[in-house]
Design a protein around this ligand. Structure first.
Ligand SMILES: [Zn+2]
Length: 239
């Protein structure tokens, strides 16, 4: 299914294609949304849910052939929370079983937390789980570019929800996308009362995001953001 600015993302779990390179899966229950960006033999997966429902997502990718022939995959986490990183391991193993080389990527602050397995920040215990420390192969900072096939995604560091929270910007010419994690949703923002959260930093991050031209904001939970500037301006008005 393809979206346009007037259509709503459906509630049922069907893949939503955002031409030309992106597919969204809405997260089940507590899972984050999971995005796939594919170009040629390379793929990027943005966030992985809690790991409880990973086989549902891979079943859909398998059925639709979205990852057929993939040779290299990068799993990027928008931030440290367990509902975004819990599926990292099972998805890596599944991708490797398809013959892909898999690398983990994150902002350097998120990378540090994941490598320490810092459950105080990751909040694994809130989900009755434990996060095993995990090596992050690609550590990014503000302005760094992540290459997937011929595409380049720019990292925008947006602390506030957590210290490592980051967005990825994809100027795909046909469509300009911002993957926002839990920094900003449609009509609201992520919590700032969790470990390393900070309201002032979040405000500065939203002001930074206002400077980007974006057709669709693709958040970590819920439906997409189609009125990028209006959404941010309204939130900044009451924040
Ligand atoms: Zn979060």
């Amino acid at each position: 299914m393809r979206i346009s600015s007037i259509e709503e993302f459906p509630r049922e779990l069907v893949p939503v294609e955002i031409p030309p390179h992106t597919v969204m899966l809405r997260g089940i229950a507590w899972d984050s949304n999971i995005y796939l960006v594919r170009d040629g033999e390379e793929a990027l997966i943005i966030d992985t849910g809690t790991g409880v429902n990973w086989h549902v997502y891979t079943g859909i990718w398998e059925r639709e052939g979205y990852l057929d022939g993939v040779e290299k995959a990068v799993i990027f986490n928008t931030h440290e929370h367990f509902d975004h990183v819990g599926g990292n391991r099972p998805l890596k193993e599944w991708l490797e079983s398809k013959g892909a080389k898999v690398l983990f990527a994150a902002h350097e602050t998120t990378a540090k937390t994941l490598e320490k397995g810092d459950d105080y920040v990751i909040l694994a215990y809130s989900y009755g789980r434990k996060f095993e420390p995990q090596k992050v192969d690609i550590r990014l900072k503000e302005g760094d570019k992540l290459g997937i096939g011929s595409l380049e995604l720019e990292l925008v560091h947006t602390p506030g929800h957590t210290a490592g929270s980051s967005c990825l910007y994809l100027d795909d010419r046909e469509t300009k996308l911002m993957f926002t994690g839990d920094t900003v949703f449609n009509g609201t923002v992520g919590r700032i009362d969790l470990p390393t959260g900070n309201g002032w930093e979040l405000q500065e991050s939203l002001e930074k995001l206002l400077e980007f031209e974006v057709d669709f904001g693709l958040p970590g939970h819920g439906r997409y953001i189609d009125e990028w500037r209006k959404n941010l301006t309204e939130i900044l008005g009451w924040l």
